[in-house]
Design a binder for this molecule. Structure first.
Ligand SMILES: Cc1cc2nc3c(=O)[nH]c(=O)nc-3n(C[C@H](O)[C@H](O)[C@H](O)COP(=O)(O)O)c2cc1C
Length: 504
């Protein structure tokens, strides 16, 4: 089998770290430690092909394989090795590698799609270039591969494809001839990084009509987040791998409280609540979002009862590699990374201001008075829940992410968001049982919270907000009376006249 070094071409080569070994029955096995492929009972010509893959086998080499059955076997073997992520494809020109295509997703299959000869190609809006481990890589949640742009000249193609360009009109720098450029552009199209600017065809046959329509509504960051926090389209380490174990201490299970002694909150009598609470079925059935603060302010004892029932630490114990706690709501890995801050606007018995809840000591620690920055955070949050009246208490919830990244890879932020939803529901049910007015809020300004609180938006970003007030019995349950009213949209709905009550 003669080696063709002439024009630029794609070459199959084992990924770094893949080892080839003979097995007893005349077969060979290939492994990178994680994946293993075994080919039993091979002919010497087939063993030679597997050996050649250490240095590189090109398409032209494949055509030169003498026996038809060896050619067919090689095609199948290459497909299997690609699917198992043991093989990469390199675009080479002499001894230069221009780009390397690495399979990262499950169930990968080579496809033979080529763009129409007159197609105008542009970069997919889901594709992104970034630095990773010293390489410049092109990635997309639509692709089961990533492309290492090994030579800077490969980037020049992408730089011209923001707005669409026929392949023949792409200008290539010295060192990349048009034939090589066409090979690269075709490959990038094939793997979903380039799309047909006229049809918007990104992933070709993989997508049916409905999926195409759905894809057009996905935001870039949503699809990236989705694909990277689920299994199947990346080869990141995933789940509870404890990546930081041994290199740093875990964050404490409960954030060290402070500043000062704080304000001790009353502990409610759970025995009594067991007798007097509404039945669970009633609590669930009566749960609603209430957005109008009642005539009387919330009291400090109501707030204390609410926090104790919904968010306190019930118990602390040693987990396998870190201390964990038990709380009234479930939490990923019992890590309990969520921290609860309260912008207290109107609570009988507490001066207005910004507080942190210490769930271990069941205490509040004041961080700031009712400053302009605090009031702005509370008002901005209220504006997202018509009629936009500042709640008695605006909960501002952060996540101590390093609590999660000590244990989890790939999913830490996703776990925090799931935990947040769980906390919201606990808040809703507790508030309903207590006859208070709860309302979740769908978004906010994390930077404004960081500025108001001094809490780092990097190590402890604010990820959620929730309103709690005393109930106004005159408030109508919006969704029950006005079917179809979008209560999540900002701005006061024109269809209802909201009571014009001034709060504080
Ligand atoms: C995650 C989440 C975000 C929400 N965001 C808002 C919001 O920004 N503004 C608002 O008025 N209501 C918000 N809500 C409340 C929903 O509008 C409400 O739950 C939904 O309309 C159903 O009504 P109900 O809670 O009264 O049964 C949110 C609820 C959840 C769970």
């Amino acid at each position: 089998m003669a080696r063709v070094d002439g024009p630029p071409h794609w070459q199959f080569r084992y990924r770094a770290g893949v080892a080839l070994a003979a097995v007893g029955d005349g077969g060979s096995t290939l492994t990178d430690g994680a994946e293993t492929v075994t080919f039993p009972q091979l002919r010497p010509t087939q063993v030679a092909i597997l050996e050649r893959l250490s240095t590189g086998v090109s398409e032209a080499d494949l055509v030169l394989i003498p026996a038809t059955e060896d050619r067919m076997w090689t095609r199948l073997a290459l497909g299997q090795l690609l699917t198992c992520q043991l093989l990469d494809r390199h675009l080479v020109d002499g001894d230069r590698t221009i780009a390397t295509v690495q399979v990262v997703g499950l169930d990968y299959r080579l496809n033979g799609r080529v763009p129409d000869s007159d197609a105008v190609l542009r970069m997919s809006r889901f594709a992104a270039v970034r630095q990773q481990d010293g390489d410049l890589v092109l990635e997309s949640p639509l692709s089961r591969t990533r492309v290492v742009l090994a030579d800077w000249r490969a980037m020049t193609a992408l730089a011209q494809l923001g707005n669409g360009q026929p392949v023949g009109r792409i200008v290539w720098p010295d060192g990349i001839n048009p034939a090589m450029g066409a090979l690269l552009a075709t490959e990038l199209f094939r793997e979903g990084f380039l799309e047909d600017a006229t049809t918007g065809d990104t992933a070709g046959s993989e997508l049916d009509r409905d999926s195409h329509a759905a894809l057009s509504e996905w935001a870039f960051h949503d699809l990236l987040f989705h694909s990277r926090t689920r299994l199947g389209r990346h080869r990141q380490a995933y789940g509870g791998t404890y990546p930081q174990h041994g290199s740093r201490e875990p964050l404490p299970a409960v954030k060290p409280p402070g500043p000062g002694e704080g304000i001790a909150l009353q502990v409610p009598k759970l025995e009594q609540l067991r007798q007097t609470d509404a039945p669970f079925a009633d609590v669930v059935e009566k749960r609603r979002s209430w957005r109008v603060p009642g005539p009387a302010p919330l009291t400090v004892d109501q707030l204390a009862e609410f926090l104790y029932r919904a968010a306190r630490v019930r118990d602390t114990f040693r987990g396998s590699r870190e201390e964990v706690t038990s709380r009234p709501y479930p939490g990923g890995g019992a890590d309990y990374e969520l921290e609860i801050y309260l912008a207290i606007n109107r609570v009988d018995g507490l001066p207005p201001g910004l507080y942190h809840y210490d769930p271990g000591g069941h205490r509040l620690h004041q961080l700031a008075e009712w400053t302009c920055a605090v009031s702005r955070v509370a008002e901005q949050t209220a504006r997202k829940a018509p009629p936009g009246l500042t709640a008695d208490v605006t909960f501002l919830i952060t996540a101590r992410l390093m609590r999660l990244t000590y244990k989890y890879e790939s999913i830490a932020y996703a776990v925090a968001l799931k935990d947040l939803g769980v906390l919201y529901h606990g808040f809703y049910l507790t508030a309903t049982a207590m006859g208070l007015a709860p309302c979740a809020v769908g978004g906010g300004d994390s930077d404004a919270f960081a500025a108001a609180s001094g809490v780092s938006g990097t190590s402890e970003p604010q990820i959620g907000e929730f309103l709690l007030s005393s109930r106004d019995l005159a408030e109508l349950p919006v969704n029950d009376t006005l079917k179809g009213l979008a209560t999540d949209s900002p701005g006061t709905p024109t269809a209802i006249t909201w009571p014009a009550r001034k709060v504080r």
